[in-house]
Write a protein that binds this ligand. Structure first.
Ligand SMILES: [Zn+2]
Ligand SMILES: [Zn+2]
Ligand SMILES: [Zn+2]
Length: 140
């Protein structure tokens, strides 16, 4: 997915296409890995000297709410973000714990688990969230 598509997603979510938002998306497009606010701040501070860390936090949350980024919890229990190529369809992501590359997993087989929960807990399942990690094809 190119920058034009992400710009369209920003517009669809009534978020202004600002140089800061574009720059953050650009860093994710360039690296293809998951990153935390501080890593982004470090990569952008020369290009955008007025950009503060709190703004980076805020933009990451905005982009997450728009579906452009997905959030996960790293080993240090801190939040990381990664770019999502297909914000509209339900799917999952695979993260390599070694090189931090994030790949799209356009598949979900949750139904069996969902039925089990509904039957055994007599509950109604409304959403789920999977954090899948391991070693990518290059790192394994
Ligand atoms: Zn995705
Ligand atoms: Zn890897
Ligand atoms: Zn799923």
């Amino acid at each position: 997915m190119g920058m034009e598509t992400y710009i369209q997603v920003l517009k669809n979510n009534r978020l202004k296409v600002t140089p800061r938002r574009k720059a953050i998306i650009g860093v994710f497009m360039k690296h293809g890995v998951r990153m935390g606010p501080y890593e982004l701040y470090e990569k952008l501070k020369r290009k955008l000297p007025k950009l503060g860390l709190p703004t980076v936090y805020r933009i990451l949350e905005e982009l997450k709410d728009a579906g452009i980024l997905v959030q996960s919890l790293a080993e240090d229990r801190r939040l990381r973000y990664a770019l999502c190529a297909c914000p509209d369809e339900h799917h999952h992501h695979f993260t390599c714990r070694k090189c931090k590359k994030v790949e799209e997993v356009e598949f979900c087989n949750f139904n069996g688990l969902s039925s089990f929960i509904e039957k055994n807990l007599n509950a109604k399942v409304e959403s789920h969230n999977l954090q899948i990690e391991g070693l990518c094809a290059r790192c394994r």
